[in-house]
Design a protein around this ligand. Structure first.
Ligand SMILES: NC(=O)C1=CN([C@@H]2O[C@H](COP(=O)(O)OP(=O)(O)OC[C@H]3O[C@@H](n4cnc5c(N)ncnc54)[C@H](OP(=O)(O)O)[C@@H]3O)[C@@H](O)[C@H]2O)C=CC1
Ligand SMILES: O=C1O[C@H](COP(=O)(O)O)[C@@H](O)[C@H](O)[C@H]1O
Length: 518
């Protein structure tokens, strides 16, 4: 398939969806609800089937009940009762097969089942393999799909894989080699679900669709950019995975750097998947690498949460969490001062931070513009507030712009004004979830919002230097109480440049006059 086909020519076609890891958390919380929403919205072709695969035994009826329960709990559309005709019509498309990834015989049986389903639902041999599995299993699945004959049908074959893609560059390369022995790059869809978020995709339109942003989008006018991905949750039941990953690998290598690329990339010459991905990888290649451990120390902060209280609830520290090493030095928070060394961004610091057990669940980008050279109203000593463009990604979706204006009724008193457009207030819960959009894109063959191998590899080489410096000084991790905004050193990262973190969601901005669409 040519991934540079015009996007409007890409259409959803009937396919069999194979969900490897169908008894797991991701399938339950995200994948089944996403498939159901797509079905409800008429975005799936009529001729489709879903095969759930995992080791645990399940009858077809038990599996369909699992799918129903997951939809009731997590989908933005609730499903009908399991006896209703509409649900039965949908559920009819779901099958389950118990299968061990490491046993090729199971794949041969799967091949027979698949051909039966393709005949039953008139599916033209298109097959999408979604790996909701630990990455160690990706190589075996690919190999056994081929050995088991599943790649011999007439239609297209696509492999959708979850993050994390490896643990570092070396392991990612190995993983990639294993997969590439079977699938071509254009058949591989590496999910980074942040790229499926409405407002992350909207960054492109805000930038390239507005005459008053793009001309200012450079180091002449922008002072700094702040990207925050705050979470209130701890590690929940994923302690085993998280303790070997940490915030840098879990969020930094992927979601944070991908968001940074969307903010910093050059306008693509055409809006085709490869053109956009080419521009994103150029940003990753322009990231200034931290040359020494001292560089890392001066520009990156890591922290781990200790016990704390959030809205009256006592919460344990990270080391007390289930499946976490009680002496763990894994970071649950990190912040970094990053530079994109290219013509557009030279000298502009990008401050990025993410953490678990922070006070607010929020993903937000703040673009701080350079201050006016002087305050013509009150003189040099009185600095005017800088203009801000704030892109709210999650859970609130929208943008606000902070400007200075004359306070009505005064001679020349100036007050900051925020024009707040809340998209989620208008669209509400019907805003499509990231997984829906990405699964839909994969069925159409649109790889724009999936990460290409060179993006993954370049991001790892940037992150590996931080991880290596931390490994040398494993004891210097700072702590922060659950419910706080992370270690104190995070403030210093910005303070040394004369900046501070802007309050997220406009909180504490009491001196600002808000003009809202809601
Ligand atoms: N959960 C989440 O929110 C997110 C998850 N991810 C990624 O998605 C992937 C899956 O995560 P998650 O669902 O949480 O993991 P879980 O541990 O909940 O599920 C793993 C699944 O793999 C199956 N499995 C394990 N070993 C085998 C095997 N040998 N043969 C066949 N099936 C096997 C398990 O089923 P059984 O035991 O029955 O065989 C289970 O269905 C991971 O890579 C994770 O990092 C990424 C982003 C978010
Ligand atoms: O990929 C991951 O993302 C989630 C956060 O996603 P969000 O869409 O809820 O913001 C994070 O909790 C998890 O640790 C990480 O693996």
């Amino acid at each position: 398939m040519n991934t540079n086909q015009p996007l409007e020519s890409l259409k959803t076609s009937g396919a069999v969806f194979f969900i490897f890891g169908a008894t797991g958390d991701l399938a339950r919380r995200k994948l089944f609800p996403a498939i159901y929403s797509l079905y409800r919205e008429g975005k799936l072709a009529q001729d489709f089937a879903v095969v759930g695969l995992a080791r645990r035994p399940r009858t077809r009826e038990e599996f369909r009940l699992d799918v129903h329960t997951s939809i009731q709990e997590f989908c933005r559309y609730s499903s009908d009762s399991i006896e209703d005709e509409e649900w039965l019509t949908f559920a009819e498309h779901f099958e389950y097969q118990s299968l061990d990834i490491n046993n090729v015989d199971g794949f041969r049986e799967l091949c027979v089942l698949t051909e039966e389903l393709e005949t039953k639902f008139n599916i033209p041999g298109n097959r999408m393999f979604y790996l909701a599995l630990a990455p160690e299993l990706f190589g075996s699945v690919s190999y056994n799909l081929k050995e088991g004959g599943l790649l011999e049908s007439a239609g297209w074959h696509r492999l959708v894989i979850e993050k994390p893609f490896g643990y570092d560059l070396a392991s990612a390369e190995k993983l990639n080699e294993q997969i590439r022995e079977v699938f071509r790059e254009e058949e591989i869809y590496r999910i980074d679900h942040y790229l499926g978020k409405e407002m992350v995709q909207n960054i492109e339109v805000i930038r390239f669709g507005n005459a008053f942003f793009e001309p200012l989008w450079n180091n002449k006018h922008i002072a700094n950019i702040q990207i925050t991905l705050g979470e209130t949750v701890g590690v929940e039941d994923r302690g085993g995975y998280y303790d070997s990953a940490g915030a840098l690998r879990d969020m930094g290598q992927n979601h944070m750097l991908q968001m940074l690329t969307m903010i910093a990339m050059e306008p693509p010459s055409r809006l085709l998947p490869e053109d956009i991905r080419d521009e994103k990888v150029k940003v990753l290649r322009s990231l200034r690498p931290y040359a020494t451990s001292d560089d890392v120390k001066n520009n990156v902060v890591r922290g781990q949460y200790t016990a704390g209280e959030v809205r009256g609830t006592e919460l344990p520290g990270y080391r007390q969490e289930e499946k976490v090493d009680p002496n763990s030095n894994t970071e649950t928070y990190f912040a970094a001062r990053v530079f994109v060394d290219n013509f557009r961004w030279a000298g502009v610091p990008f401050y990025i931070r993410t953490g678990k057990r922070l006070p607010v669940k929020t993903t937000e980008v703040v673009v701080e513009f350079k201050s006016m050279p002087t305050n013509v109203y009150l003189g040099q000593k009185h600095k005017l507030e800088p203009n801000l463009l704030v892109i709210r990604v999650n859970p609130m979706e929208g943008i606000y712009i902070k400007i200075n204006a004359k306070k009505p009724g005064t001679d020349s008193q100036i007050e900051p004004l925020a024009m707040d457009f809340c998209q989620s207030c208008m669209i509400g819960i019907n805003s499509p979830e990231a997984y829906e959009r990405l699964i839909h894109d994969a069925t159409k063959g649109d790889s724009t919002y999936f990460t290409r191998w060179d993006e993954v590899a370049t991001a790892w080489s940037f992150v590996d230097r931080i991880a290596a410096a931390w490994a040398e000084n494993s004891g210097d991790i700072e702590t922060y109480p659950a419910g706080s905004w992370g270690p104190k050193a995070t403030e210093d990262l910005l303070a040394k440049d004369g900046y501070f973190w802007w309050p997220v969601n406009g909180q504490d901005e009491d001196n600002v006059v808000w003009i809202k669409n809601h």
